[in-house]
Design a protein around this ligand. Structure first.
Ligand code: NDP
Ligand code: A1CAB
Length: 276
């Protein structure tokens, strides 16, 4: 259980997912602050989670042991530079969850003496089923790493990357990944209805099948290929479907899609980074 005061800067989708996961894991809502400019959103967050909300980012920083930067990458430079004076007076550990914003940029914007760790979570964090990547440079000590890892492990699994450039790949795989599975499930659901199943039945069957397949993959030591093979009877129905995927270039399409996400992360770094 987390006992530090965590302050989120930005109370949007990913912050809400993390807050939900942290509270489910036992973090007291009184240990969570959210700085968010939109009043309606502040009211929603307070009502849903019982967390303290405020509109002043610097005030949140003053009260924080750990500050989690959860605004869009496009807003981060202004937000980070705005926080910098407050961080010179009181210096919490800062975690940035923004896609593509490099550590050197964060360090320059927040202040050279501020401890900063990059984290890439994903939305299943809300259920404690998240997958997070973390990157910290050499000036971050073991105790600070432990704090960051402890927070992220409260929302799921956490892996450290030694090479910051791999954050772009990790973002493409697990950060964005839930959306790919939702898209695939959407397509299955639509087709199931076209093939005559009711909306409700199609939805239920697709979701339960996705859950069952993911659980089998998690709980089995067999490689994915073997699990696939165990469903695929020679000359049967699965083989007929998989043949269509192969002939349609599924593997290449997945490769292109993940590479596009990785490249977009690099583009964000190049276009939104910079040290001024
Ligand atoms: N969504 C996801 O699955 C994931 C997102 N991320 C990263 O998380 C970050 C947030 O993404 P997401 O939650 O999807 O985006 P959202 O737009 O849902 O959340 C961002 C929040 O920040 C608020 N905000 C805007 N300006 C400020 C400011 N000056 N000070 C404080 N808060 C501000 C926004 O308010 P308003 O709407 O009023 O502008 C909004 O509520 C991004 O950097 C993204 O790369 C990382 C992993 C996964
Ligand atoms: O789409 C995005 O840019 C963010 C980062 C990973 C998931 N959502």
């Amino acid at each position: 259980m987390n006992t530090k005061t965590l302050a989120f800067i930005g109370g949007g989708n990913m912050a809400s997912a993390m807050i939900n996961g942290l509270i489910e894991d036992g973090t007291e809502p009184s240990h969570i602050l959210v700085a968010e400019p939109d009043e309606t959103r502040r009211e929603q967050l307070a009502a849903r989670f019982g967390v303290h909300t405020l509109s002043d980012n610097s005030e949140a920083a003053h009260q924080a042991d750990v500050l989690i930067l959860a605004v869009k990458p496009q807003a981060l430079k202004t937000v980070a530079k705005g926080l910098s004076p407050a961080l010179q007076q009181h210096t919490p550990l800062c975690l940035s969850i923004a896609a593509g914003i490099r550590h050197a940029s964060l360090q320059a914007w927040l202040g050279q003496d501020v401890p900063v760790i990059r984290v890439m979570p994903n939305t299943p964090a809300m259920l404690g089923a998240g997958a997070s990547g973390l990157y910290a440079p050499g000036n971050i000590d073991a105790a600070q790493r432990e704090v960051a890892e402890h927070i992220m492990r409260a929302t799921g699994i956490a892996v450290w990357l030694e090479d910051e450039s791999l954050m772009d790949a990790l973002t493409a795989v697990s950060g964005s990944g839930p959306a790919y599975f939702f898209r695939f499930m959407e397509a299955m659901e639509t087709t199931a209805q076209e093939l005559g199943l009711s909306e409700k039945t199609a939805h239920l069957l697709v979701l339960q099948t996705a859950l069952g397949a993911a659980r089998m993959a998690m709980e089995s030591t067999a490689p994915l290929k073997e699990l696939r093979s165990s469903v695929t009877s020679p000359g049967g129905t699965t083989e007929a479907a998989l043949k269509v995927f192969t002939e349609g270039g599924l593997a290449q399409l997945v490769q292109q899609a993940l590479t596009a996400a990785r490249d977009r992360s690099i583009e964000l770094s190049d276009s939104l980074g910079g040290d001024e």
